[in-house]
Design a protein around this ligand. Structure first.
Ligand code: ZN
Length: 60
């Protein structure tokens, strides 16, 4: 299982996103950022930003 911790982005948040693939967990993280932290979906959906998010993936 691939996971991303929201706090790894410097946010004071205990959310943990999970997915079976890197794409799944990156998408879950983007949805979380937009829904919970009011981030801009368009800005997060760039290839650069997706790569940056994917760098936080951990295997659990
Ligand atoms: Zn969060």
């Amino acid at each position: 299982m691939k996971v991303i911790y929201c706090r790894d982005f410097g946010l004071d948040c205990n959310a943990k996103m999970k997915g079976n693939s890197a794409d799944d967990v990156v998408n879950a993280t983007i949805n979380h950022g937009v829904g919970m932290h009011g981030q801009n979906a368009k800005e997060l959906q760039t290839p650069e930003k997706r790569t940056e998010i994917a760098e936080k993936i951990k295997e659990e």
